[in-house]
Design a protein around this ligand. Structure first.
Ligand SMILES: Nc1ncnc2c1ncn2[C@@H]1O[C@H](COP(=O)(O)OP(=O)(O)OP(=O)(O)O)[C@@H](O)[C@H]1O
Length: 330
C-alpha cells in the first residue's frame, strides 16, 4: 500500500520506482557535498531536484550518471516494471553490477562505470552547458547518438559495416528515429545546418532529442530551461510533457526556473547544503516553510516565524518575514 502525504495524496513514486537513491553521501576532502540523501524517481514521472546554488544537485547527477563514485550509498535502477526490493537486495549481496529478473534487469549504478550506465542501464543526460558537436549537422548529431546501437548491429566488424543486411536495417532504423525526433522537436527544417548555427533554445531541444534517440530508461536534464525566453520555456514544457505521455520516459530534472518546475513536475525533491529538506508534490513543496526559508536565506531561528505564518495560510506574510530577516531570493 502506497504511503500517503500529509495532504492525503499517495506517494506514487514509491510504488514501482525506476531509480532509488539510498543514503547517498559524497565527500570532497573535508567538504560533504551530499549528506545521507534518499529519494525515489517514479516510473514515468517528471521528478525535479531543486535547491539553492551549491545545494548539491549536480553532484547527485554526477553520482547517478557515474561521473563520480559516491563515498557511500546505493543507487539502484530497475529497467522493467515490477522488479521487487528483494531482487535489489539479492543483487547487493551478490557483489555484481546488474542482474536479470523475470521482469527486466536491475542495476547498481554506484558499482558501474559512466560508460556502462549510459549503454546498458540506459541513463541519458544533458548538461548545464550545452555539449553538442557544433561542426556536425543537426541530423548527424542524432546519428552519432545512436553509434552504440549501430556498432552492435555491425557485429563490431568491418565486414558488418560494409555489407551485412542487419547493419543496413539498423542504419535505416537509426535514420528514421533521427527524423522522428527532428519532427517532434520542430528542427526538421534545420537538419542539414551545423548544430552550432542553431539558436540557444533550438540547441537545448536538439540535446534532448539526442538523448531520446538512445531510448533511455531515465532522462537526466541539467537546467534545460537555463537561458530560454518565455516562448522557448513553454515549448520545452510541452516537449517534456509529450516525452512523458507518449514514451513513458522517466525524467529527472535539475531546474532553477520555478515556473517550469511547478508546472510540469509530478514530484519534487528539495536539497539544501547536501541534505533533503522536502519531498512531495508541487503544491506540498511550494508551501513547505523549510523550502521557503532555504530559498530566501532565512536564519534557522526565523524558520519558526515563517512556519507559523504559513500555518495560518499567510504565504505573503511568510515571504515578508523571510525578507525582513535579511534573506534574498536565490
Ligand atoms: N569536484 C568537486 N570537488 C570539490 N568540490 C565540489 C566538486 N563538485 C562539487 N563540489 C562542491 O559541492 C557542493 C555542491 O555543488 P553542486 O555543483 O553539486 O551544487 P548545485 O546544487 O548543483 O549548485 P548550482 O545550482 O549552483 O549548480 C559545492 O560546495 C561545490 O563547490
Amino acid at each position: 500500500m502506497t504511503p500517503a502525504l500529509a495532504s492525503g495524496e499517495p506517494r506514487r513514486w514509491l510504488d514501482d520506482p525506476v531509480l532509488t537513491v539510498e543514503h547517498l553521501t559524497m565527500r570532497f576532502g573535508g567538504l560533504t557535498a551530499i549528506n545521507d540523501l534518499s529519494f525515489s524517481v517514479g516510473r514515468g514521472d517528471i521528478t525535479a531536484l531543486i535547491g539553492p546554488n551549491g545545494a548539491g544537485k549536480t553532484t547527485v547527477f554526477n553520482c547517478v550518471t557515474g561521473f563520480y563514485k559516491p563515498t557511500e550509498g546505493r543507487i539502484s535502477l530497475r529497467r522493467g516494471r515490477g522488479i521487487t526490493d528483494e531482487a535489489v537486495a539479492e543483487l547487493t549481496r551478490s557483489g555484481a553490477q546488474s542482474r536479470k529478473t523475470p521482469q527486466g534487469e536491475v542495476f547498481l549504478l554506484e558499482r558501474m562505470s559512466d560508460f556502462r550506465i549510459t549503454r546498458t542501464a540506459g541513463v541519458a543526460r544533458t548538461f548545464q552547458n550545452i555539449r553538442l558537436f557544433g561542426g556536425m549537422t543537426v541530423f548527424e548529431n542524432l546519428l552519432v547518438a545512436q553509434h552504440n546501437k549501430l556498432m552492435r548491429a555491425s557485429g563490431f566488424t568491418i565486414a558488418g559495416l560494409i555489407g551485412l543486411p542487419g547493419y543496413r536495417r539498423a542504419r535505416e532504423a537509426a535514420r528514421d528515429v533521427a527524423v522522428d525526433w527532428l519532427k517532434r522537436t520542430a528542427l526538421i527544417h534545420r537538419a542539414d545546418d551545423p548544430a552550432a548555427d542553431l539558436s540557444y533554445g533550438d540547441q537545448r531541444r536538439l540535446e534532448i532529442a539526442r538523448a531520446m534517440c538512445t531510448d533511455p530508461s531515465v532522462l537526466c536534464l541539467d537546467e534545460p530551461a537555463a537561458g530560454l525566453n518565455p516562448r522557448e520555456s513553454a515549448e520545452l514544457n510541452a516537449l517534456l510533457r509529450s516525452i512523458r505521455t507518449e514514451f513513458g520516459t522517466s525524467i529527472l530534472l535539475i531546474e532553477h526556473d520555478m515556473g517550469v518546475v511547478m508546472e510540469i513536475s509530478d514530484h519534487i525533491v528539495v536539497l539544501d547544503y547536501g541534505k533533503k529538506i522536502s519531498d512531495g508534490t508541487a503544491s506540498e513543496v511550494r508551501n513547505d516553510p523549510k523550502v521557503i526559508a532555504a530559498y530566501l536565506g532565512v536564519d534557522d531561528e526565523e524558520v519558526e516565524a515563517v512556519e507559523e505564518k504559513l500555518e495560518r495560510g499567510d504565504v505573503d506574510g511568510a515571504v515578508q518575514s523571510a525578507h525582513v530577516s535579511g534573506g534574498t531570493p536565490a
